[in-house]
Design a protein around this ligand. Sequence first.
Ligand SMILES: Nc1nc2c(ncn2[C@@H]2O[C@H](COP(=O)(O)OP(=O)(O)OP(=O)(O)O)[C@@H](O)[C@H]2O)c(=O)[nH]1
Ligand SMILES: [Mg+2]
Ligand SMILES: [Zn+2]
Length: 378
Amino acid sequence: MSTSPEQPSALESDLAAPALASLGLAPWVAALLRAAADGVPARAAAGAERRAARVVRVDRGRAHLATADGAVAAATRTLAGRRAGVEGALVTGDWVVWARDADEGPAVLARLAPATALVRRVAQDDLSQQQELATWVDVVAVVVPLDVEVSVSRLERTLAVAWESGARPLVVATKVDVVADAGAERELLDRSAAGAEVLLTSKASGAGLEELRAAVGTGTLALLGPSGAGKSSLVNALVGEEVQAVGAVRGGDGRGRHTTTARELVPLPGGGVLLDTPGVRGLGLWETADGVDRAFEDVAALAARCRFADCSHSVEPGCAVTAALESGELPERRWRSHQKLQREAAALAVRHDERLRREQARAFSKRVRLTAGPTRHR
Ligand SMILES: Nc1nc2c(ncn2[C@@H]2O[C@H](COP(=O)(O)OP(=O)(O)OP(=O)(O)O)[C@@H](O)[C@H]2O)c(=O)[nH]1
Ligand SMILES: [Mg+2]
Ligand SMILES: [Zn+2]
């Protein structure tokens, strides 16, 4: 399709639209979208104008797109999309090229390979798989509620996920208004955050909200944390309106009931986007060796100082980890949770390899059956 010089294409006007800019469209992402649109084969959605959009939410079978002129729901599987060779499932946060197909309506024709992605390792029975949860996130805020005792191991696990995403991790403590000694909480969080910045916030007092707003900037900030932590409350506080439902905390254990049920992008007035998420469960299955190392940079740095490269940090002479445990430089509890996470990551990797091995064995036996062919049908 050729464009006259006076009349910008629909895609170019999208890429210049304030609506997409406020959804975090950076110039370099616009360039990628341009290239992706050029790459869509002509036979996919022939004649329809290519447009740009961001996926704000994905329901069963439908991707809700924010476009330059409003919300559009596109089927996640379309013939046009298949012709265009769209790869991978659509995920909240995706930047896509789409068009109104004459038969199928709005159809996604290209999905940018994400620069950053929140990923969950799911282990089901004997399978382990990666599942993308959200993409194109600039900051991952690990949300820690202060109305219950801080779970340092959960913080560390979630930070591992944050590091692995490729985005900048941030620790956001909530409900600081209910805390007697905020200084002590900050100290604990600073110690466990392995270099990530820590913000203490409260929707009740407004503490820390300006800093959080500044951390979003014009990018995308994802809120990750347990149910009832106050993620949606933070969204509402920054939007200045009750856009997200907020749940009541059950008496006693301070735990909420999963009020938010979908991952959803919420644009902020003045630019920038928040990603609200449902409380995360089963974080024990998210770890990877890489993420663990980055969440435990202090431990990794110690281990690098051991005399033996393959030190098991138990009986070896010149072990920097044992020395740091003895001197108290490395808290016992932190070391134990590092060990636990590493074991889980290792177990997951083994399950993954096991699955690969079985898949290869299956493919092989299928080939053998095929070549053996006719002799089997007597
Ligand atoms: N005291 C106090 N309570 C808060 C604060 N922020 C949130 N809460 C309360 O915490 C409860 C849970 O808040 P939500 O925002 O729904 O929590 P969530 O993290 O979105 O929970 P899910 O959607 O279930 O994952 C609600 O009762 C809020 O009123 C705060 O700053 N101070
Ligand atoms: Mg919520
Ligand atoms: Zn050692």
